[in-house]
Design a protein. Structure first.
Length: 634
């Protein structure tokens, strides 16, 4: 083999020039948090033809196949490898001594029959070589002609990692050293053509693919990255033909490219269920019971329950108290979430939509690289010197676990409420999420939007989220889906402690100025005196107030955002911040609409849609019109 390679370089100037260029190729190392091996970026200008290749059917049908003998360069010779296959020197190498192994028959790229050829090639090439396969939509620049590639594996991060852990892979093993799912020594027949395969040291590495190219490949701005992952890229050796991409690719972008193109492994998550001086529990064979779990903290339905959970229980100290933390696979967690957020007897298509939304929200939280501060401003000013206290509350409030089990994150109330419908809804949507420009959507949801959904910035930080656009939540006649008074329907939608709330679409709250002043003092710690004026300063598109000026006889302050307003103006929480304040006949009256922050899916509206025959996909595209439904794992 070495003599054949050397003779080809001697006779073929293009192959010689590009092979010699590998000795001086630029390579830089990226260290990505959560990955078990590094990612290398290689600047390889010669690969631009392969990386940017248009591989749609029309283009392939019009261009000559460059792997067929009659269309190869005159200098390119072939060395027989085994029956029906021959070895070529790759003139645009990534690896040292890079070969292309081609079928002698012009037939589409497929897994069929390739494993024996890979084994024969590795046997003849030796242990210093890896043999690999790019599926027809997984980096193959010639998907119309069945072929493999081979080259020296040293310097390929995932391959080095697998070889160093070879003793752990005596049986099929699923790993994720680069964030996505990798199977070592799996059964090849279980997978479609759209995989990457690597055979090295007798170990078969299978990388199931979700996508051919990442979203950044198709961008037309400065964030475009012309990287089209094949097997080597998915092994942590990202090929950047353009110098600009090589110089500017960030660890976050590299992570996104790999996670968008690979299938993710279902994660195990940690859920903080309760915190107390002493945790009372019983451990069973396959689950555990917690006593005195508070649900609906600080809301009008707050109560305590005994709850039973799957997974494992950890007791985590925090100051002078202890957290009960549940570690559980994500899909098992979701069965309880959609049964806890809404009645599991709700229409199946709604439960399926909720499973996708809840799964998306959770993964988006886990993928956030750094916490977003939840407070801005907050200093009190004297009367006529107006200050601001702008706060919002999000998942970053938790540091000992991924998410909590209450309304602050998503309701997760154990096994008792789970029904066959909830199990079915989770199973039928397994691994499915909403994505926008390749990223998992931070898919928020609330109980009742009040007729129009809100935008993210009204409720949390000021970062625009075009995937969470405001929509009119109305039917063809203009009537809001969530404006329903059908008690029979509501009983199938809402959990028992939610059904006591009937005026969620339109509501009214009344206080005397003195009552309001005392309430605000109790909730905020600020003595405004008697409240003389409430002035909305900023509203979102649904009418929800994001900044409210409170004027009292002692001081003035602008507060926000919507949840802070709801907390300060109620003994528990106002249903929403979509209200109009008026002072009349000695009373402050707040006339409002909706229940919750109003961003994303309206739970009652979505359930009503499902009861009228809308499908899961139709519900999701109604509330998240700019998004795509994708499956991250099987």
């Amino acid at each position: 083999m070495a003599d054949f390679f050397s003779s080809q370089l001697a006779a073929w100037p293009l192959a010689r020039t590009n092979a010699e260029a590998l000795n001086h190729v630029l390579t830089r190392r990226l260290v990505i948090p959560g990955f078990d091996c590094p990612v290398l970026v290689q600047h390889n200008p010669a690969r631009i033809r392969n990386t940017a290749a248009n591989v749609d059917k029309a283009t392939l049908s019009e261009r000559p196949c460059f792997l067929c003998p009659q269309n190869r360069p005159a200098e390119q010779e072939a060395l027989p490898l085994c029956e029906g296959w021959e070895l070529l020197v790759n003139p645009f190498p990534i690896l040292k001594e890079h070969y292309t192994i081609v079928s002698t028959h012009h037939q589409p790229q497929t897994l069929q029959g390739v494993l024996p050829v890979m084994q024969q090639a590795q046997k003849q090439l030796g242990e210093d070589f890896m043999v690999f396969y790019n599926g027809p939509h997984c980096g193959a620049s010639a998907p119309d002609h069945q072929h493999l590639q081979a080259g020296r594996w040293k310097g390929v991060p995932l391959v080095e990692y697998v070889i160093s852990h070879a003793t752990e892979f005596s049986s099929p093993t699923e790993i994720a050293p680069l964030g996505f799912k990798v199977i070592v020594n799996g059964v090849l027949q279980s997978y479609s053509d759209d995989v990457n395969l690597i055979l090295v040291h007798g170990l078969l590495i299978i990388i199931p693919r979700r996508k051919h190219r990442p979203a950044c490949f198709f961008r037309s701005d400065e964030h475009q990255r012309l990287i089209s992952p094949g097997a080597l890229d998915m092994c942590g050796l990202l090929i950047a033909p353009r110098r600009d991409d090589y110089d500017n690719l960030t660890p976050e972008e590299a992570r996104d490219i790999l996670l968008q193109c690979g299938q993710q492994k279902e994660p195990t998550i940690s859920v903080g269920i309760m915190r107390a001086k002493e945790i009372h529990y019983e451990q069973h064979d396959n689950d555990f019971t917690l006593h005195g779990v508070t649900i609906g903290k600080q809301f009008h339905w707050e109560q305590q329950e005994e709850q039973r959970f799957e997974g494992t229980l950890r007791l985590v100290p925090e100051q002078d108290e202890t957290w009960a933390v549940n570690d559980i696979p994500l899909e098992k967690y979701l069965k309880s979430v959609i049964s806890s957020e809404m009645n599991p007897q709700a229409p199946l298509e709604f439960l399926k939509a909720h499973a996708i939304v809840s799964r998306s929200w959770l993964l988006a939280q886990l993928e956030r690289p750094t916490p977003i501060p939840s407070h801005k401003g907050g200093e009190l000013s004297p009367l006529r010197e107006i200050g601001e206290r702008i706060c919002w509350y999000d998942r970053e409030d938790h540091t000992l676990f991924d998410v909590c089990a209450d309304d602050h994150c998503q309701r997760y109330q154990g096994l008792a409420r789970i029904t066959d419908a909830a199990i079915r809804a989770t199973a039928e949507t397994r691994g499915q999420v909403l994505t926008y420009e390749g990223h998992v959507v931070d898919a928020r949801f609330s109980k009742c939007c009040g007729g129009t959904t809100e935008v993210y910035e009204t409720c949390w930080d000021d970062t625009p989220h075009p995937e969470l656009a405001s929509v009119c939540d109305c039917d063809a006649e203009g009537h809001p889906f969530c404006d329903t008074h059908d008690d029979a329907l509501l009983r199938t939608i809402l959990n028992n402690y939610d059904t006591s709330t009937h005026d969620f679409f339109q509501w009214e709250v009344r206080y005397t100025p003195e009552q309001l002043g005392n309430l605000i003092k109790e909730k905020s710690g600020i003595d405004f005196g008697t409240i003389t004026d409430l002035t909305p300063i900023e509203r979102g598109v649904s009418g929800r107030i994001s900044k409210l000026k409170i004027i009292g006889t002692h001081c003035t302050l602008i507060i926000g955002k919507e949840l802070e307003i709801r907390r300060i103006l109620s003994p528990t929480h106002l249903y929403s911040s979509c209200f109009t304040p008026t002072l009349k006949d000695g009373f402050w009256t707040l006339n409002g609409r909706g229940w919750g922050h109003g961003v994303g899916m309206c739970q009652i509206g979505a359930a009503v849609m499902a009861s009228r025959g809308y499908t899961c996909d139709e519900i999701l595209h109604h509330y998240y019109p700019n998004t795509t439904i994708e499956r991250l794992w099987d």
